[in-house]
Design a protein around this ligand. Sequence first.
Ligand SMILES: O=P(O)(O)OC[C@H]1O[C@](O)(CO)[C@@H](O)[C@@H]1O
Length: 433
Amino acid sequence: MGDSSTYTAGEGDGPGADAGSDAGIDAGSAVAADLPVITGGVPGSFARGVLADRHPALIQQVRDAFPYGRRQHEALDSLLDEITHGVIEPLGPEDHDHERWAEWGRGHFGRSWYDVPFLWAESYFYRRLLGAVGYFGTGPWRGVDPFAPFKRAELRGEAVEEELRALDVLADAPAEKRAEALLLGSLWGNRADLGFRVSADERVGERAAESVAASAVDSALVADGSPLLWRLLPAGSPSTVAVVADNAGRELIPDLILIDHLLEHRRAERVVLHVKPYPYFVSDAMMSDVVDCLRRLTEAPGEAGRIGGRLWKAMATGSLEVRAHPFFCAPLPYEEMPEDLRAEFAGATLTVLKGDLNYRRLVGDRLWSATDSFAVRTAYFPGAVAALRTLKSDVVVGLAPAVLDTLEHSGTAWRTSGTHALIQSRRAPEPRF
Ligand SMILES: O=P(O)(O)OC[C@H]1O[C@](O)(CO)[C@@H](O)[C@@H]1O
């Protein structure tokens, strides 16, 4: 950090710069959600591109990755036809979750995929893709992750190898420097999102994915709430940290390494890692991905292997626990989270949400003004919260006006290209009596 392209939109940088907000928040003061929800209805918009270009490309990639039978090919054909020319069809009565989706999708069925909320459309697309390949069926394809080949290839790749080797150098760095580097590693790990690479701007995605290792040095943080994040986790306090994971492989590995650091340096007594219960958004992490990453770490030489060994033990003693709540695959904002999850987050010292989709769900998938307050937008969230995200969609809040001004004049697709990132955090809301 600290290069000239890094925006230091930290505390006290002026109105809107609430990357790290220490101020007490009145949980009742969140502004009314009166902005329209993002849809794919606008030709040329980012959302439209994902639905119209990226989803068909993804169907093709999945089709090519497995020796599927006729039934899967026909189902994929019909899904492709539906998303490109048809209207949204409901799940069948034989589907185990059809009632849940009927409720979540009320008012959306029978409409164009472009006319319903973008977040809902993406989420439902992944549910339908899994259905088409028999993931939830009773046949032999049940439980076969259609994205597993991409995840596996990434985990075995040279980039991960290099990133793990770099840990040997970092091992001798002072604890504070190491903490900073590991936090940035986890943040920029989010740029290596496999789904992102099949997006319309393939070249930007590829470049972004290739330069993750260098990114902590030469890329732009548009908001840096890391000082507050560290203050919320003083060494030696009996903290529980909830980490809501995003992608597997090149994102989950640095997330796990950061978790090890929190445990090892007693910034957390316990970490709960939340993953998806089933495949989602191409590379989202599930329990099987956690196992693959832990194996990858334990089998590595040097510091990476030692970290893997400690995490393996942490799983056994319960200081690291993994959960997979169904809400993580729901097409809903966190504002609508169920009571059990709300209680879980309320009990955590800090909840860290990783990635772009979690950010959209956290602040709401609407075209907020980029200088709207992060603390106010997230006031409903139980307990202290931090977002670590590279920018891969239109939604953003909490930027300082000067930062926004610079970005808007940069002539780049800074909101969606994954070239920029943010860390935003805030304390727990004041209790209301
Ligand atoms: O893996 P992440 O960081 O959540 O990114 C997922 C993002 O990718 C997209 O699906 C397309 O780029 C976005 O709509 C979504 O927010």
